[in-house]
Design a protein around this ligand. Structure first.
Ligand code: 5GP
Length: 193
């Protein structure tokens, strides 16, 4: 990776549209690599192992934790999620900026480790919904979770947003395209500083 390649952590509450915003960013600027996380969550319809996530059972995930294979890992709504070290180190040579879509505790942990362990600059961007009721509607509309899972995800939103206050930048997602442009502007600014 060139000296000015950076890690871009994108976080935000469930249903805020992180994946769609990042897809828009990648349509506009192809110089990004999207990190694939590992999880113990079961795949949703249309999710592919190795593309959306590396889907591991709990034993496999825990054994990778013991082997120190994760740069960061955290639990979220009863499942484990983590960034494999190899996912970052193997893609460092691509000369691209690496985007990670991860929850807020993982993001804060990465910011500390990034510079120390990898010598890379890391920017933390938090996406906010226009309002909590919009978030609730988006989460219900996408129908990828059961009602119980949706309730659980909504119950952690306020806590997540409070932790997100430690992030570097905040962007409101009132429109996917505009939100992507705002994040790209932030990245350009950082890279030309
Ligand atoms: P979902 O189940 O909706 O795909 O993801 C649930 C949450 O886990 C989201 O906030 C997502 O960004 C986060 N997540 C995905 N991958 C990782 C990861 O590698 N590490 C951490 N800490 N969170 C992750």
């Amino acid at each position: 990776m060139k000296d000015n390649s950076i890690l871009i952590v994108v976080s935000g509450p469930s249903g805020v549209g992180k994946d769609t915003v990042v897809k828009e960013m990648m349509k506009i600027n192809s110089n990004f690599y999207l990190s694939v996380s590992a999880t113990t969550r079961k795949p949703r319809k249309n999710e592919i192992d190795g593309v959306n996530y590396y889907f591991f059972d709990k034993n496999k995930f825990d054994s990778l934790v013991l082997q120190n294979k994760f740069l960061e890992y955290n639990s979220y709504c009863d499942n484990s999620y983590g960034t494999l070290r190899s996912e970052i180190t193997n893609n460092i040579s691509l000369n691209k900026d690496i985007i990670l879509i991860i929850e807020v505790n993982g993001g804060l942990e990465l910011r500390d480790k990034c510079q120390k362990e990898l010598g890379l600059k890391c920017v933390l961007i938090y996406i906010l919904p226009p309002s909590l009721s919009v978030l609730e509607h988006r989460l219900k509309d996408r129908s990828s979770e059961t009602k119980k899972e949706i309730r659980k995800r909504l119950s952690v939103v306020k806590k997540e947003i409070m932790k997100g206050l430690d992030y570097d930048y905040f962007v409101v997602n009132d429109n996917y395209f505009n939100c992507a442009i705002k994040i790209l502007d932030i990245i350009n600014k950082i890279k030309t500083e």
